[in-house]
Design a protein around this ligand. Structure first.
Ligand code: NAP
Length: 247
C-alpha cells in the first residue's frame, strides 16, 4: 500500500479493531499514534509489539469525547512530527437497552463517545490537514448505523450520524484535498461482540452470507486502503465490511 503521508492517529487503539488498525498501518511504514483513555498497559504492550516488528509507535492519552483533550493531542503530534497526515476515529462504546428502558443519559453517553468524539476529531484534523493541503480521515461507523438494530437506538443514531457527518466533512474538506470516508463493520470478533449471547452469535453466523463473523484485521485492511494513495479519488464513501450481511 502506498502512502504520501507519514503519520496516523488512531483513537481507542489499545485493543480490538483499533489495535489491529495500528499494527497494520505501522507495518506499512506509518508512524502510529496510539490513543488510549484509561489503562496504559495494553497500549504499552501494543507499542512494544509494533516496535519489535520494526515499526514506529507513540502513545497519546486523552478522552476522545473531550474537546480540550483533542486540542492538546493535536498540538503534541504536530509539534513532534510537523503534521498529522491521517486520522482514524475508531473509539466507540455500546450501552444497549430497549428504547422504552433507555434513559436520556444512556442515549447521550453513546452519542458523546461515538459521534461527538468523531466530530471533534474530524474538525481538528481539518484544521491541521488544510494547512498542508493533504490528509485523510476514516471514521469507523457500523452496519447498525445503516440498518438499525433493536436495543441499540443510541448506537444506531451515533453511527448513522457518523456516516452523514463524514459526507458533510468530505464536502468541506475536498477543496483542500482532505478526504473523509467511513468503514461500516458488520459483526467482528472483539471484546465489544464477545458479550453477545451465543444465540445471537449463532443467528448472525447463519445469516452472514460468508458464514462467519469478521476479523479485526479485515477492518484494518479496508481502513488502510481508504487512507492510502490508492483511494486518492474516493471521498464521502461508506465501505461496508460485513461478510455480505447488508448489501
Ligand atoms: P472495543 O474492543 O470495545 O474497543 C473500543 C475502544 O474504544 C477501547 O479501546 C476503548 O477504550 C476505546 N474508547 C471508547 N470510548 C473512548 C473515548 N471516549 N476516548 C478514547 N477511547 C475510547 O471495540 P471494537 O469492537 O474494537 O470497536 C472499535 C470500533 O468499531 C467502535 O467504534 C465500534 O463501534 C466499531 N464497530 C465494532 C463492531 C464489532 O463487531 N466489534 C462492529 C461495528 C462497528 P477503553 O479501553 O478505555 O474502554
Amino acid at each position: 500500500m502506498k502512502f504520501s503521508g507519514k503519520n496516523v492517529l488512531i483513537t481507542g487503539a489499545s485493543r480490538g479493531i483499533g489495535a489491529s488498525i495500528a499494527e497494520n498501518l505501522a507495518s506499512m511504514g506509518l508512524k502510529v499514534w496510539i490513543n488510549y483513555r484509561n489503562d496504559p498497559a495494553p497500549a504499552d504492550e501494543l507499542k512494544a509489539k509494533i516496535e519489535s516488528s520494526g515499526g514506529v509507535a507513540a502513545l497519546i492519552k486523552f478522552d476522545a469525547s473531550d474537546e480540550s483533550g483533542w486540542a492538546e493531542a493535536i498540538k503534541l503530534i504536530t509539534e513532534s512530527d510537523g503534521e498529522l497526515s491521517y486520522l482514524v476515529n475508531n473509539a466507540g462504546i455500546t450501552n444497549d437497552k430497549l428504547a422504552l428502558r433507555m434513559s436520556e443519559s444512556d442515549f447521550t453517553s453513546v452519542i458523546d463517545a461515538n459521534l461527538k468524539s468523531a466530530f471533534l476529531g474530524c474538525k481538528e484534523a481539518l484544521k491541521v490537514m488544510s494547512k498542508k493541503r493533504f490528509g485523510a480521515v476514516v471514521n469507523i461507523a457500523s452496519i447498525v448505523g445503516e440498518m438499525g438494530n433493536a436495543g441499540q437506538v443510541n448506537y444506531a443514531a451515533s453511527k448513522g450520524g457518523m456516516i452523514a457527518m463524514s459526507k458533510s466533512f468530505a464536502k468541506e474538506g475536498a477543496s483542500r484535498s482532505v478526504r473523509y470516508n467511513c468503514v461500516t463493520p458488520g459483526f467482528i470478533e472483539t471484546a465489544m461482540t464477545e458479550k453477545l449471547s451465543d444465540e445471537v452469535k449463532d443467528y448472525y453466523a447463519k445469516n452472514i452470507p460468508l458464514g462467519r463473523m469478521g476479523k479485526a484485521s479485515e477492518i484494518a485492511d479496508a481502513v488502510a486502503f481508504l487512507l492510502s494513495d490508492h483511494a486518492s479519488y474516493i471521498t464521502g464513501e461508506t465501505l461496508k465490511v460485513n461478510g455480505g450481511l447488508l448489501m
